[in-house]
Design a protein. Structure first.
Length: 200
């Protein structure tokens, strides 16, 4: 099975939308099923164990298909999100899957401008970077995730100062980030100390 996405760039309140298509490798594609291997949005299960609202469970996943093995890892990653009640159809948080090919494309965009398969990857990356700059270089909703084969040097420079996760090592931490749950609960605040004045 090959993974395809038909993408229509619609920007509204900094939102991006994509639709998932799964087709056999040998099937003939229509123009609307043109290959874009940068993002996809499978539907979640109807049940959820998270206390988040529907709006907070919306996640956008953007990636580049380095190889078949990498795509399978992406599918496994998104399956985990769906299993935990996250909607990857419209974005609330944006997961940026970091790979060597993704880094090469977004940092050397001028070399890929004539390649339709990577135009949307470059376009989305620019939108994310612009939002980051407009927010005063503060990261509110981007979640960079290093996939197998990628190193921190493959993270775009504007994301280097934010927290970077690794898949599958940081599986639980990624879910905590998406669920807005702290890894360690702060201890309860104790009683105020009693101040006793002793004359000298």
């Amino acid at each position: 099975v090959a993974l395809f996405t038909s993408y229509m760039p619609t920007i509204h309140s900094s939102l991006l939308y994509c639709i998932l298509c799964v087709c056999p490798k040998n099937s003939k594609q229509s123009d609307q099923e043109f290959i874009h291997r940068h993002s996809f949005h499978p539907q979640p299960r109807s049940t959820s164990t998270t206390p988040l609202s529907l709006e907070q469970r919306k996640v956008f996943v953007t990636y580049e298909a380095d190889c078949d093995k990498h795509v399978k890892e992406v599918i496994n990653f998104v399956a985990l999100l769906r299993h935990n009640g996250f909607y990857t159809h419209k974005d609330y948080l944006i997961i940026i899957i970091i790979s060597p090919k993704y880094y090469e494309i977004v940092t050397r965009a001028s070399l890929y401008m004539e390649n339709d398969e990577t135009l949307n990857t470059v376009y989305i990356h620019k939108q994310l970077q612009n939002e980051f700059i407009q927010n005063g270089c503060k990261n509110f909703r981007f979640v960079p995730v290093l996939f197998p084969g990628a190193k921190k040097c493959h993270v775009p420079s504007w994301l280097q100062n934010t927290h970077i996760f690794s898949w599958p090592r940081d599986r639980d931490d990624i879910l905590r980030r998406l669920m807005r749950v702290e890894k360690y609960n702060p201890p309860p605040i104790g009683q105020l100390p009693t101040i006793v004045s002793i004359p000298i």
